[in-house]
Unconditional design. Structure first.
Length: 268
């Protein structure tokens, strides 16, 4: 049975608070600008409406990051393209909410096709623009962190630390999961660490996590997966798709670009 737990509470709560604060500022700015004909309404009405739209939009568009990560792992398509798909999908319920809130507490009439498409277009512009804003901030932050870490010169490199006592990755795992790492799986800004006894989400990028398992023989078999060789129990083939079967019924997908290398290494 998988003992996976939710993402660490403090980092996730902090992220939500920061994101909602940004959305509140965006809502206030839009209220003062009054786009799409809303400037004719009183300022108090615009503030309540646009801040509400901002918070509701966050609740609808933010989960698209999970959808994008899953599709990215399965299809290996460019993330920007997947985000466009996510925004197109999330705009459907958001448009329905925006249309309904414009009539409440009165009965909400069904829109004509022209009204529905027009409303969808305006919501897509706002939702897509804000989503792109968040995407650029996060991408810039990741590039900045990578640039801030200088490479270690060979002559000054320290020996590999003890994996149990000083490994930053293992130190974040609950004691009951042990230290026998069998796989690493990228999930949004977290990495799910799979051990022989269970799994846990750790706030760390996959490329950083793989550094802390350098002493274990393994390979990154997919953009979102690193697998320890000793953990591979079987190879599952489904047409052209290949997955590595690991303990606890965990299966790691193998990207087509890595099939030849794994075959030469004797993995499959």
């Amino acid at each position: 049975m998988d003992t996976a737990k939710p993402a660490p509470a403090k980092p996730l709560a902090r992220k939500i608070v920061i994101d909602l604060s940004i959305m509140t500022v965006i809502g206030v700015v839009l209220a003062f600008v009054g786009p799409f004909g809303s400037f004719a309404e009183p300022l108090a009405y615009r503030l309540v409406s646009w801040v509400s739209f901002a918070w509701i939009g966050y609740a609808i568009y933010s989960p698209m990051s999970w959808v994008v990560d899953r599709l990215y792992a399965w299809l290996e398509l460019p993330r920007p393209l997947l985000w466009v798909f996510g925004v197109v999908l999330a705009t459907i319920p958001m448009t329905a909410i925006v249309w309904s809130m414009g009539f409440l507490p009165r009965p909400v009439p069904l829109p004509s096709l022209e009204q529905a498409l027009s409303s969808y277009f305006y919501v897509f512009l706002v939702g897509g623009g804000i989503t792109a804003f968040f995407y650029m901030i996060e991408a810039r932050g990741e590039h900045g962190e990578a640039a801030a870490v200088p490479p270690i010169a060979p002559e000054t490199a320290s020996p590999v630390p003890d994996p149990i006592l000083t490994n930053p990755l293992i130190e974040q795992l609950p004691a009951e999961l042990g230290s026998d790492i069998i796989a690493l799986e990228m999930e949004d800004h977290y990495v799910r660490v799979h051990t022989a006894l269970g799994s846990e989400l750790v706030l760390m990028r996959l490329r950083d996590a793989t550094v802390h398992v350098a002493e274990i023989e393994g390979q990154q078999v997919h953009r979102s997966w690193w697998v320890a060789r000793h953990a591979v129990e079987d190879v599952v083939r489904d047409g052209r798709n290949i997955r590595l079967k690991l303990p606890r019924e965990v299966e790691a997908p193998v990207s087509r670009a890595n099939v030849a290398a794994l075959r030469e290494a004797g993995w499959i």
